[in-house]
Design a protein around this ligand. Structure first.
Ligand code: FAD
Length: 395
């Protein structure tokens, strides 16, 4: 839609082909229905938050920045607000306001919307001549492929664009999930639904013997393993997952160093000397997770608190400061927030978004091999590359 608007603004006669019966189906579910439309940051900060191929985006973010996104939507009558982490949302907290504003702008600028599925690209001597859709053949001087990734395929982004690019000899790098929940070897079904706030999650690459992610925030246990904001962010740092390669460590008490936490344990224990070990952690942990943590300490749950040895207390301390979970796999790509991989950036001119192989063919959005952290950066990628592709295509 952004590509269409900028194509029309620059004098192009634009038709948007959308295979769904309405535009912006994925956009409508972003940010849990609130749409984190961009991030209130500088171009440099934006590029730091792009994980794959940030340099490729230099020209497009310079041409259409996060400031431009904010001005664009406020200009369309959607007031915005900035929340924690500089995340920008509509004041109404309704993603639909963003979808409807974009759609209105598309129509106001004279673009036509056709609800047809694009089947293939038509070319003559390595130049675009049109497209074939489910309903017929259309002639065009330029075509912008903005079909998204392969995650949440029910929204319409099911990978057609990758097939079309591939059929035209354009390299598509392997598609893997990013911003995705993680499955663990440990069975977490019993603690499903436990949500943790202000914990630190670390991920260790055991092959490199290196911590590759460490952040404080919120996470959640599910029937398959772990999810929530911290886990989605961590997932971006994992490459192919093999048995034993990655271990996650949850620090339940990041604000307390081991010595302080040990003093706290001693104090808690002294008040409950005759209780079973499994019944003395209520002040430290959500009750549902206690049996899971107790099992990890290897201390028999019915051990009396007054019988806990120094070594056992040390084992508990280590578990509280770093509950270990072995990562088994990513959840399937259809559950990912974004797709990593896509049309190779080597195939695209970064200052125009045009294909290097086929004249008149442009790319915009998640179809390109770029992806970023959560925080509004992925939509900003779509808006920046869309605005640039639209402008270039119409010229
Ligand atoms: C649950 C969820 C929440 C998210 N929340 C955020 C957030 O808050 N902030 C953020 O920055 N990012 C968020 N993202 C990521 C963001 O939504 C995407 O990166 C962004 O939508 C990509 O835009 P796009 O235009 O490239 O692709 P899409 O939004 O996927 O749009 C592609 C469109 O192309 C259509 N299409 C596909 N194939 C064809 C075809 N053959 N013919 C015709 N039409 C076709 C599809 O139907 C679809 O409408 C979220 C993603 C998900 C899944």
């Amino acid at each position: 839609m952004m590509a269409g608007i900028y194509g029309a603004l620059n004098g192009g006669k634009v038709t948007i082909f959308e295979k769904n019966d309405r535009v912006g189906k994925k956009l409508a579910i972003t940010g849990k229905g609130r749409c984190n439309v961009t991030n209130d940051c500088s171009n440099e900060e934006f590029l730091k938050n792009v994980i794959s191929n940030p340099k490729f985006l230099y020209a497009s973010i310079s041409n259409f920045s996060t400031e431009d996104t904010k001005a664009f939507f406020e200009g369309l009558g959607v007031p915005l607000k900035t929340e924690r982490g500089r995340r920008v949302f509509p004041v109404s907290d309704k993603a639909m306001d963003i979808v409807l504003a974009l759609k209105k702008a598309v129509l106001d600028y004279g673009c036509e919307i056709k609800n047809e599925k694009v089947i293939s690209l038509l070319t003559k001597e390595n130049k675009v001549s049109g497209i074939k859709t489910s309903r017929g053949v259309y002639e065009f001087d330029s075509v912008i492929l903005a079909t998204g990734g392969v995650s949440y395929p029910l929204t319409g982004s099911d990978g057609d664009g990758f097939r079309i690019a591939g059929e035209n000899g354009i390299e598509v790098t392997p598609l893997i999930p990013s911003l995705v929940p993680l499955e663990t070897v440990e069975d977490t079904a019993e603690i499903m639904g436990v949500s943790l706030k202000n914990v630190t999650l670390k991920i260790k690459d055991n092959q490199k013997n290196k911590i590759i992610f460490e952040e404080m925030g919120e996470m959640l246990f599910t029937h398959f393993g772990i999810s929530g904001p911290l886990v989605l962010s961590a997932s971006c740092h994992l490459s192919s997952i093999e048995k034993g390669k990655y271990t996650a460590y949850v620090d339940f008490k990041p604000a307390l160093d081991e010595k302080t936490l040990d003093a706290r344990l001693l104090s808690d224990f002294s008040k409950q000397l005759n209780k079973d070990f499994q019944n003395c952690l209520g002040g430290l942990l959500p009750s549902k997770i206690i049996p899971f943590v107790v099992a990890k300490t290897n201390i028999p749950p019915t051990t009396k608190v007054n019988a806990i040895t120094k070594e056992q207390r040390q084992a508990l301390l280590s578990t509280l400061k770093g509950l270990s979970l072995e990562i088994k796999s990513f959840r399937p790509i259809k559950e990912a927030i974004v797709t990593r991989g896509g049309v190779s950036v080597k195939e695209i001119v970064p200052s125009t978004m045009e294909s290097k192989k086929i004249k008149g063919l442009y790319f915009a959005g998640e179809i390109i091999d770029v992806d970023a952290y959560t925080g509004g950066y992925n939509l900003q990628i779509a808006f920046s590359t869309g605005a640039l592709a639209g402008t270039s295509a119409s010229q």
